[in-house]
Design a protein around this ligand. Structure first.
Ligand code: ARG
Length: 458
């Protein structure tokens, strides 16, 4: 069959050009959205009397048959038919004959592909929000089991102050919550229909764009047909949101990698989520979190790629825009696969509560308590900090920890010390006492868990 646009041409297309310009090898993934858009379009054409009832019904039925055969894997898409839009039209033609040609009345592939993408981004965006919610539930459940598990909290990757493990985990819960908000927020802006924009300027047919929008579940029609066909902001937003999300997952992945090293030994990843080494028999490698971290690079790259494609494009549709899809598809695949793994990875990991606790005991991350103790007894905080610094130095020299120093030793630094100081120095106590709003104190973590549960319940 000849090309959809062959009328104007006198020569056959060069084969390399055909390969170079075709997008069917990847945009076949939009078949569902394409058919959905076409069904809405043809329904409206029928309602407006632009097509007869018989034509409308024939096209609708034909489209459904085409959809079914694609889903059954009975269809072989053809490179010669360039993209998913023309391929489907050809399949429709094979099914119902020349009336298939009427489907494209008052429409261009430019508003068609934009519509497909809006539908796709909506579907995938909603899916990502759901997957994020599932990961949040896993984090929340793990947090619930570890309210009173203490581990060192870090700044500069140096032990800083002990914290509740639940508190640490929940930091990720809130990151993912913001990710959900970002996807949802972007979906609001995605919520408009480009159909009716035609190639760029609209159409002379008496169409009803609002009706199409309504059938497709979009809130409104684009106010400007030129904007409608050239806009890919909604894809950029999706990729930007995805990048921020992957950055979060990558940070979590990094902690899992660190924690599972012999140097930390805070956790052990389940065998099912690790791999071995082909040369070193003892190795158990955290490949999944490493790849999560690594794949963040390709998701950022997809965002940069699309922004670069869009930069400097004149109005309106340019073939460059065909390059938007692979960035989007690759990001969707990466997000879906990553989000599917992170939950089970967290669910199955073993938490070495004792090791975490020991890391709190065998260091000086309770030093702030001493400074606060002295400050509460009237010493200006700066001086208290100075005195405590000297105590820590002394302890390091003596190869002792703060709990090991005798009262006499403490009194040698300040007369304000009394035996009640020891109670404050145990890591559990240190954590417990940070009970201000948003702090790591156990009671506050409980409150935080309640708040997180409310978020999940919506
Ligand atoms: N395959 C094209 C794309 O993905 C569809 C739009 C083609 N429009 C055109 N005027 N050539 O962007």
């Amino acid at each position: 069959m000849s090309k959809a646009w062959s009328g104007r041409f006198t020569k056959e297309m060069d084969r390399l050009v055909e390969e170079y310009t075709s997008s069917i090898s990847f945009d076949y993934r939009l078949y569902r959205e394409d058919i959905m858009g076409s069904l809405a379009h043809v329904q409206m054409l029928g309602e407006k009397g632009i097509l007869s009832l018989a034509e409308t019904e024939a096209i609708k039925e034909g489209l459904l048959v085409v959809k079914e055969s694609i889903e059954k894997g009975e269809v072989e898409f053809s490179l010669a038919h360039e993209d998913i839009h023309i391929n489907i039209e050809k399949l429709l033609y094979d099914e119902i004959g020349p009336v298939a040609g009427k489907l494209h009345t008052a429409r261009s592939r430019n508003d068609q592909v934009a519509t497909d993408l809006h539908l796709y981004v909506r579907d995938k965006g909603e899916g990502i929000v759901k997957l994020l919610g599932e990961v949040q539930v896993v984090i929340l459940n793990l947090a619930k089991q570890h309210i009173e598990t203490v581990l060192p909290g870090y700044t500069h990757l140096q032990r800083a102050q002990p914290v509740s493990f639940a508190h640490h985990l929940l930091a990720y819960f809130w990151m993912l919550e913001r990710d959900k908000e970002r996807f949802r927020d972007s979906l609001q802006r995605n919520n408009q229909s480009p159909l009716g924009a035609g190639a760029l300027a609209g159409t002379t047919f008496p169409i009803d764009g609002e009706r199409v929008a309504e059938i497709l579940g979009f809130k409104r029609v684009y106010a400007n047909s030129m904007d409608a066909v050239s806009d890919r902001d909604f894809v950029v937003e999706f990729l930007a949101n995805a990048s921020i999300l992957m950055m979060h997952l990558s940070r979590l992945a990094e902690e899992l990698i660190l924690w599972s090293s012999a140097e930390f030994s805070f956790i052990e990843l389940d065998d099912a989520y690790c791999t071995g080494s082909s040369i070193m028999p003892q190795k158990k490698n955290p490949d999944v979190p490493e790849l999560l971290r690594g794949k963040t690079g390709r998701v950022y790259g997809n965002l940069m790629g699309l922004l670069t494609v869009l930069k400097g494009l004149p109005m309106t549709y340019n073939k460059d825009l065909q390059e938007d899809k692979e960035f989007l598809f690759d990001t969707v695949d990466t997000l879906e696969a990553s989000l599917a793994l992170i939950g089970p990875l967290l669910q199955t990991l073993k938490v070495n509560v004792e090791v975490m606790y020991k890391a709190c005991i065998q260091d000086y991350s309770n030093a702030t308590e001493l400074a606060d103790y002295l400050a509460k007894r009237g010493l200006p905080f700066r001086e208290a900090h100075e005195v405590t610094g000297r105590i820590v130095l002394y302890a390091i020299e003596k190869e002792k920890f703060l709990l090991d120093l005798s009262l006499e030793e403490y009194l040698g630094f300040s007369e304000l010390f009394a035996s009640d100081v020891y109670a404050l120095l145990s890591p559990v106590e240190v954590v417990k006492r940070r009970a201000n709003q948003g702090g790591t104190g156990f009671s506050e973590v409980q409150r935080q868990i309640k708040r997180a549960a409310e978020v999940i319940e919506g």
